[in-house]
Design a protein. Structure first.
Length: 562
């Protein structure tokens, strides 16, 4: 139940729509005052009455029912108390009926959202810098699907550029087939790093020639390139599997090779293409931006050229409602330029392109250099966190079954949550110890809360206690606060989608888990009277369902026992 909308629908304020009223409704800091409140100060001008008098008039006109149990006017605020038994009945029934779908909606029906995320570079390390784009993109993918949209996940592979010429050159000099086969991406990266360390004029020229050979369709060069690509993709797939990440398309930069000429032509026809020192550019000075480079003086295309072609292709192929680019804020200017050029080309859908920017993740020990092969591989971060998780579990619960599987879920979850628990634009420093703290604002805390709830339910089932027919009584304060939070979940999912902000779900889950733990510690469940016990078990199950749904949207697994 969306209480704000419900209240707004029953208030009549001249000149204000129900949506506007709903948006003005706040949650009072002290729940004793009410569950919701409408400040009336803004209306004083319209009605030429004091806020206190307006609040009183609105109070007198409001009819309480089974949803809103009480309304009062205090100091210019109109305070509402929801009918507690009614809320409990509603939310338990809804969660019981919807289960794993609780929080989902149909708001996106018939609309497609394209999401460009992870977008790894072929033959380059998959490092911790790719964590955020991968897990934020993956979370948004699931959130939109949950909201009824068709999500299209696109891995815009970095598979175009002179670096592949360098790689072929390095391989031809020093590489051995079996070694690369065995070492995969690591061996490829070593070759590339070595090339950059030892590169001479002559080697650079050779690399340029190999790149030209790839471009002109030379078989040997292309076979090598495809081989490097397949090794890279096989490798990143193992990481995607651990992170529960999926894609519907791997159309990378190279895919647009033959789709750029029409874009350049169109730019030319529309009089947007200018010459500058032999290069072709779109002048963006009137918009306060540096020019967008379209073709270099040697005729080669650029990153932006491929993004222009990609956006047009996506619109044609998917007819998206929105197309999101989950890419670090370092590329702010790039996307502003690309979006502007598309707008100037007359594509009205350019307004539906969104750069979902995020901040940097670094490790507490400061090791995140991208120079000369000293990168922190995401794989190593995951493995290290899983190893540490295993040690923590060993200490907390030596008798735990399936320790390896649980450690994987907990360790990987901690890394994922590390990138999803704060507002995405913030730079974050990841600390293994903090991320694995059972009492912190962590995924481990959330998972442990779920395991706790699951264990209560398992005990009840073992004891043959049924809690499907829930007697509807007046919930106590702890129950009520928790149930109210559970009722908020669908609105949180909606807002996370609207603001491209999975961390809203993370924060929500932390708040909800806190309320569950308060309820769990302060209210007896199994020892309570049968009626109360059944009710509390139902509340426990509803909390578990909701928390599980939240974690699942974030891409974090929920172990049954911990
Ligand atoms: N591969 C690029 C990088 O690592 C990110 C690509 C983002 N997507 C895009 N359509 N430009 O920086």
């Amino acid at each position: 139940m969306d209480y704000r909308a419900y209240i707004a629908g029953r208030l009549h304020i001249e000149g204000m729509s129900a949506e506007e009223i709903a948006a003005a409704i706040a949650v009072p800091p002290d729940p004793a005052m009410g569950d919701y409140a409408l400040p009336c100060f803004k209306f004083a001008k319209i009605f030429r009455k004091s806020p206190a008098l307006i609040a009183e008039a609105l109070r007198d006109a409001f009819v309480c029912d089974g949803v809103i149990g009480e309304v009062s006017a205090v100091n210019g605020y109109l305070n509402f108390k929801v009918c507690r038994a009614g809320l409990a009945r509603d939310v338990l029934a809804r969660i019981g009926a919807e289960g794993a779908r609780y929080g989902s909606s149909e708001e996106g029906r018939g609309k497609t959202v394209c999401l460009d995320y992870s977008s790894v570079n072929i033959a380059k390390p998959f490092h911790i810098g790719h964590l955020s784009t991968t897990v934020i993109g993956g979370a948004l993918y699931r959130i939109y699907a949950f909201l009824g949209y068709r999500s299209v996940g696109i891995n815009h592979l970095g598979d175009y550029g002179t670096q592949f010429g360098k790689l072929i050159s390095a391989y031809k000099r020093w590489g051995k087939r079996e070694e690369v086969e065995r070492g995969g991406i690591h061996a490829i990266n070593d070759l590339y790093v070595r090339f950059n360390e030892e590169a001479t004029e002559e080697m650079e020229a050779e690399a340029r020639e190999y790149f030209r050979l790839i471009e002109s369709g030379d078989k040997e060069a292309n076979d090598l390139f495809e081989w490097f690509k397949s090794l890279t993709l096989a490798y990143v797939q193992t990481i995607y599997d651990r992170l529960h990440i999926k894609f519907d398309s791997y159309a990378g930069e190279r895919f647009y090779t033959d789709k750029m000429a029409p874009v350049v032509e169109a730019l030319c026809e529309k009089g947007l293409l200018k010459e500058s020192n032999g290069a072709r550019i779109v002048d963006l000075e009137p918009y306060g931006m540096p020019p967008c480079l379209i073709l270099r003086s040697d005729g080669a295309s650029l990153y932006a050229t491929r993004d222009l072609a990609a956006a047009i292709y996506r619109k044609q192929t998917y007819d998206f409602y929105k197309c999101l680019y989950v890419v670090a804020y370092q590329q702010n200017l790039h996307f502003k330029q690309v979006f502007k050029v598309l707008e100037l080309m007359g594509y009205e859908w350019a307004k539906d392109l969104v750069h979902v920017a995020y901040g940097m993740v670094s490790l507490e020990d400061g090791a995140m250099s991208t120079r000369k092969g000293k990168v922190v591989w995401l794989e190593d971060v995951l493995s290290r966190c899983v190893e540490k998780a295993r040690a923590v579990l060993e200490e907390k619960n030596p008798a735990l079954e399936n320790k390896d599987a649980v450690a994987e879920t907990v360790g990987v979850g901690a890394v994922v949550f590390g990138a999803l628990c704060n507002n995405k634009i913030k730079d974050i420093t990841f600390s293994y110890d903090k991320a694995l703290n059972f009492d912190g604002e962590t995924s481990v805390y959330l998972q442990y809360t779920c395991a706790r709830a699951a264990s209560v339910l398992a005990k009840a089932r073992e004891a043959g206690i049924s809690f499907t027919d829930v007697p509807a009584g007046e919930p106590c304060a702890q129950e009520f606060e928790l149930l109210k939070s559970l009722a908020d979940f669908p609105a949180v999912v909606h807002e996370a989608g609207e603001k491209y902000e999975p961390s809203l779900i993370s924060r929500y889950a932390l708040d909800c888990a806190k309320l569950f733990n308060k309820f769990y510690l302060e209210c007896k469940i199994m020892q309570a009277e049968p009626d109360v016990r059944a009710f509390r078990l139902a509340v426990t199950r509803a909390a578990l369902t909701t928390l599980t749904n939240a974690l699942t949207l974030l891409g974090i697994g929920v172990p049954e026992k911990m």
